[in-house]
Write a protein that binds this ligand. Sequence first.
Ligand SMILES: Cc1cc2nc3c(=O)[nH]c(=O)nc-3n(C[C@H](O)[C@H](O)[C@H](O)COP(=O)(O)OP(=O)(O)OC[C@H]3O[C@@H](n4cnc5c(N)ncnc54)[C@H](O)[C@@H]3O)c2cc1C
Ligand code: FES
Ligand code: FES
Length: 495
Amino acid sequence: MNDCKPIHFLLNDREIEVREPAGLLVLDFLRRRQHLTGTKEGCKEGDCGACGVLVGAFDDAGRLWYQPVTSCLMPLGELHGKHLVTIEGLNLPAALSPLQEAIVREGGTQCGYCTPGIVVSMTHCLMEKRSAVTLDDMKLALSGHLCRCTGYGSLKRAGAAMADLWSADERAAEDGRLESQLGLLARKGVLPDYFPRIPERLRALQERLERDRTESGAPPTFRIAGGTDLYVQRGEEIPDGPVDVLNHHPEWCGVSRHNGTLHIGALTTFEALSHDTAFREVVPRIGEFMHLIASLQIRNRATLSGNVVNASPIGDMTMLLLALEADITLEHGGKERRLPLRHFYKGYKSLAKEPNEVLTRFSIPVPGETMLVNFEKISKRECLDIASVNSAIKLTLRDGVITGASLAAGGVAPIPKYLPESSALLVGRKPDESLVRELLPRIQQEISPISDVRGSADYKRLLLRQLVIAHFVTLFPETIRPESFNSGMQGASPR
Ligand SMILES: Cc1cc2nc3c(=O)[nH]c(=O)nc-3n(C[C@H](O)[C@H](O)[C@H](O)COP(=O)(O)OP(=O)(O)OC[C@H]3O[C@@H](n4cnc5c(N)ncnc54)[C@H](O)[C@@H]3O)c2cc1C
Ligand code: FES
Ligand code: FES
């Protein structure tokens, strides 16, 4: 244990330094080493929210932010220089917070197992939205949480009551910066008294750690980005091996646009991408698409590169990046190479990548013409579920004619599938119903779904047909109508 590098961070109101494996799960660290058992272990796969904690840090602009995350999928090493807040760190010494009181009043808890994680997420919502908090905000905060015995009605009522916590004067006095509002949040009892001093303490800690930074010598067994795939698949092995915590590379995060190309750092998280102004200019409906993908806690952790390198045939962001015709940049030992993402997949989970190469960047061309993008996904339940079949499309248009098209589909081949022939068929044509009718059988020739737990091969063929129709109905609602395609499986047969 002693050859582990020190990990130094704020745990609730305490500054601590621990020598533990960097790949140890934060959840196991909290419960087994620190005996902070308020953070619950449920599914240990990111699905239930019982293990929810907050992680705080400064962004590039020096602003303090907190994110709700699932501690069951987070490596301890990533906490270096950050603030970890558990339910114990949100409890007031001698009273309930207004949120906790409202949950009790509304009968929002029975067995209580899920309650700590829920309080953590709802408190985060109060920190983030403050006086402008609404019922919809609270519903979003609850979205990554499963409650088996109480249900959600009472929790929603408790959340709705939080909108009345603030006076008109307090609303008017808000300056939009969390750091300057921490005092008010503490006076309101939303946060305990130690919170207003956190920014100063965290800044001092980060400056000290920056001065002491040293490089690790051991080659990594695992490269962990958000950990949301890796811990689910290899969780038992990771704590024992040397790991490379990729999130220590802030230079591989964020989005910029130069000379007609969007550059996206490989470690950009789903949630960060959905709020990025430069990306929203290119894909304005990204926020809408995100509601179909994971939960807020997972989106705060899940990175684009993790989705792409994990190589699941149904990765949602992989589909979007394929349709956006992204190139990827791989780096090792100071050498870089770039290739189209569509050439990255050689077979099921087989990649055109050397083991030591790290994916650092995506580059997406942004043409001058009108660009339309759509993403569709069908899963067994609408939220927090992986796709049975998903698909993304990008079309560029000039004078009503398609000048460029790229279509990708997931769950219909061993790899995330780019459909070159179907895409080519669209170019030079006007988007109308006859074009879609011509396209549907062509798509069926390019895919090779198999029957598995998520549906039979025929069912997946039918799903993709419906998703492709949905792309065109969504993008051209004036001219392409869903009822024109009501004749069952027409176009879904490969023959
Ligand atoms: C509850 C839950 C819900 C989910 N819902 C969805 C969903 O709706 N849609 C969806 O698509 N996915 C979903 N996922 C899967 C997962 O969140 C995504 O695939 C995510 O993008 C993985 O990213 P990560 O950063 O967590 O990857 P990690 O788990 O850290 O890494 C995955 C793999 O990629 C490698 N890797 C990561 N980054 C790099 C890099 N820069 N260079 C080289 N190798 C790298 C790692 O070494 C590892 O092999 C869900 C997962 C959970 C637990
Ligand atoms: S234990 Fe279920 S999300 Fe972490
Ligand atoms: S109160 Fe029992 S699981 Fe939610």
